[in-house]
Design a protein around this ligand. Structure first.
Ligand SMILES: Cc1cc2nc3c(=O)[nH]c(=O)nc-3n(C[C@H](O)[C@H](O)[C@H](O)COP(=O)(O)O)c2cc1C
Length: 186
């Protein structure tokens, strides 16, 4: 089983990186192969909407190629984003838009399992909408979107404030990991 985590934060060593690293260590304990992509370290230009990608490579020659390769590689995808103005970050949205190439060239993400982790500074800061942004993305890629599973099972893993000091947030991450592994294993 192979899990890819993508961090949409502009801060490669921030709170979302902590949450995703925590999730990946849980996957590793279950014998799962993992990979972490930090969008903060990549140059990804915004989609130009030209649809040249249908049947061809994208007109942009940038780091999206390695993200696409990793997305093809994985069985499950965990998106992690800080909440920015109640939504995913611009970096995450740019990556989502550019991954349209996988959709228009044979639905390459079909059937893969997706789950989200949203890290907000505040309670009720928009974690749920941020997770719904991610679920919409998974569904548009014909993936299987999962929530964090029992015994909370809301929209995905939600962190409030510093992840390391949010035991309930970390519990939602544990639950999400269990749910993803179970769903892929079925
Ligand atoms: C531009 C900007 C917008 C933000 N908007 C929200 C918000 O709407 N709701 C919220 O709870 N936190 C908001 N935050 C706080 C971050 O989501 C929070 O600090 C998060 O843990 C940062 O994660 P990172 O360290 O991985 O970047 C915002 C932060 C920034 C910089």
């Amino acid at each position: 089983m192979k899990i890819l985590a993508i961090n949409g934060s502009p801060r490669a060593n921030g709170n979302t990186a902590y949450a995703l690293t925590y999730a990946l260590s849980r996957f590793q304990e279950l014998g799962v192969e993992t990979k972490l992509i930090q969008l903060a370290e990549l140059e990804i230009k915004p989609c130009g909407g030209c649809f040249h990608c249908i049947g061809h490579d994208c007109v942009h020659e940038d780091d999206m190629k390695q993200v696409e390769e990793a997305m093809r590689w994985c069985d499950g995808l965990v998106l992690g984003s800080p909440v920015y103005m109640g939504m995913v970050t611009g970096q995450m949205k740019t990556m989502m838009d550019r991954s349209v190439t996988l959709r228009v060239n044979g639905w390459q993400m079909s059937g893969k399992v997706g789950g989200g982790i949203a890290c907000g500074g505040f309670r009720n800061g928009g974690q749920e909408l941020t997770l719904q942004n991610m679920q919409t993305f998974f569904l548009q890629q014909d993936m299987v979107a999962v929530a964090d599973g029992p015994h909370f099972s809301h929209s995905g893993a939600a962190v409030v404030g510093e992840a390391a000091k949010d035991p309930i947030g970390l519990q939602t991450i544990d639950n999400l990991v269990t749910k993803i592994v179970k769903t892929i294993g079925q």
